[in-house]
Design a protein around this ligand. Structure first.
Ligand SMILES: Cc1cc2nc3c(=O)[nH]c(=O)nc-3n(C[C@H](O)[C@H](O)[C@H](O)COP(=O)(O)O)c2cc1C
Length: 200
């Protein structure tokens, strides 16, 4: 059953363009978005996209803005902090090493970590678009722990085989892979076709 809403959290890793593409595509698909942004995520958004996160939100077309419910990052009493609150999955995009660590260890010190913890305990879809490089054994161990608990780690690592190697094309590829894992239809990239189908 679909509840029509997705929890989307931005943490303070590089990759605000991935989050922007994902939010735009989710609302284009008519999904409601419960949106969480950490303080450093807002700082990175300003650095990478040249505008304040809230200003961007308020500049969205009214029909898209109406689908987005902004959550307080510190409010561990929000709806998605409870297992009784139904939704279609959670996407953390981008996911920092610190947020990964908090989830891997069940730390739940803010709404992002708590909502992710709830996804794992309720066996709901949780996708972490992890962004750090190079990675240490600590990162690898934390990715392993989250994966064993049922989460999906999707490294922010675009492919180059889909025909659109523009900046936005590479961003869209990563956001589109994340939406695929949440079963949300999108046209962020052209899907691979067998050479015979393409007529090569
Ligand atoms: C401009 C900027 C870029 C950053 N990029 C990354 C990154 O790509 N990956 C990462 O793990 N941390 C990165 N950090 C560090 C995290 O923001 C920091 O560890 C922070 O405590 C994460 O908190 P949060 O996950 O609650 O947002 C960056 C910080 C800044 C200010």
């Amino acid at each position: 059953m679909t509840h029509g809403r997705i929890v989307l959290a931005l943490s303070g890793a590089s990759g605000a363009p991935y989050a922007r593409a994902a939010i735009e595509a989710l609302t284009a698909a008519g999904r409601r978005v419960l949106l969480i942004a950490s303080p450093v995520a807002r700082q990175v958004w300003q650095e990478e996209l040249g505008e304040a996160f809230n200003a961007w939100l308020e500049s969205l077309p009214a029909e898209k803005r109406a689908l987005i419910e902004l959550q307080n990052h510190q409010d561990v009493g929000a709806g998605c902090a409870s297992g009784t609150f139904r939704h279609d999955g959670m996407l953390i995009i981008p996911c920092s090493a610190k947020t990964l660590a908090g989830i891997a260890h069940g730390y739940a010190s803010n709404l992002t970590e708590r909502a992710a913890d709830v996804c794992l305990k309720e066996r709901r879809r949780l996708v972490l678009v992890f962004r750090e490089t190079p990675i240490s054994l600590i990162h690898i161990d934390n990715m392993r722990a989250v994966t064993l608990a049922g989460g999906i780690v999707l490294p922010a690592s675009p492919g180059f085989y889909h025909g659109d190697t523009s900046y936005q094309g590479l961003v869209n590829f990563v956001a589109g892979k994340a939406l695929d894992l949440l079963d949300v239809p999108h046209d962020l990239f052209t899907r691979w076709k067998d050479p015979a189908e393409r007529g090569d």
